[in-house]
Design a protein. Structure first.
Length: 131
């Protein structure tokens, strides 16, 4: 299942971002009338039909909404100190997102070798793993 991330979706019609539109139209070669799945990252799973298949501005009509898709009756949070090798930390973020960790809290400890992290980069890794 292809899943597209749209964090601020609202209403019955929606326009995908330019990157997501390009992926839907150019890479997956979907046309008007085809359906895709979108998520808001907060448990909402939207099924939408493509209205306009332009690679820079793909317009969609929301057909179905599941508001608490995959909701569990428990909550998992993990705290981790970033490793010296950022690739290992990114790998950890990817895998923990894939298995369903709800919150990942980076902790800077007294003996941590990495004192700074780039949240924008880490958010992209988590978003890619979520998709």
């Amino acid at each position: 299942m292809n899943l597209f991330y749209t964090p601020d979706i609202h209403g019955k019609t929606w326009r995908l971002s330019e990157d997501e539109s390009k992926h839907v139209i150019k890479v997956l070669r979907l046309k008007a009338g085809d359906t895709i799945n979108m998520t808001d990252g907060r448990g909402g799973l939207y099924t939408a039909r493509i209205l306009e298949d332009h690679p820079k501005r793909c317009f969609l009509s929301v057909v179905d909404l599941q508001s608490e898709y995959g909701k569990r009756d428990y909550f998992i949070q993990i705290g981790i100190a970033p490793t010296k090798n950022i690739d290992r930390f990114e790998w950890f973020l990817e895998k923990s997102t894939e298995i369903g960790i709800d919150v990942i809290s980076p902790i800077i400890c007294q003996r941590s070798e990495r004192r700074q992290i780039k949240p924008e980069r880490l958010n992209r890794v988590i978003t890619a793993a979520m998709k």
